[in-house]
Design a protein around this ligand. Structure first.
Ligand SMILES: [Zn+2]
Length: 79
């Protein structure tokens, strides 16, 4: 007797699949991490794009030299 790998649907048996549950996004759990990621992103963009260029919080040119390739890669004005 041959068995089918995929059972065929017959109109006599109703579908036994449960109704899909709506996806719940816990905003209160995600919000602090989203704020942290946004702050870190803004700090990173500042150091790559503006530090020791338009503005300067640190003396010397080491931040500029460290982020120089990223500055050119992202299209920030440099030199
Ligand atoms: Zn440059």
């Amino acid at each position: 007797m041959a068995q089918q790998a995929v059972p065929s649907a017959s109109p006599a048996t109703p579908a036994a699949r449960p109704a899909p549950l709506p996806l719940r996004v816990p905003v209160r759990e995600i919000l602090p991490w989203a704020v942290l990621a946004a702050v870190l992103g803004v700090v990173l963009i500042y150091f790559v794009g503006a530090e020791q260029g338009a503005t300067s919080l640190f003396g010397g040119t080491w931040v500029h030299e460290f982020t120089h390739d990223g500055r050119h890669l992202l299209g920030f004005p440099c030199h």
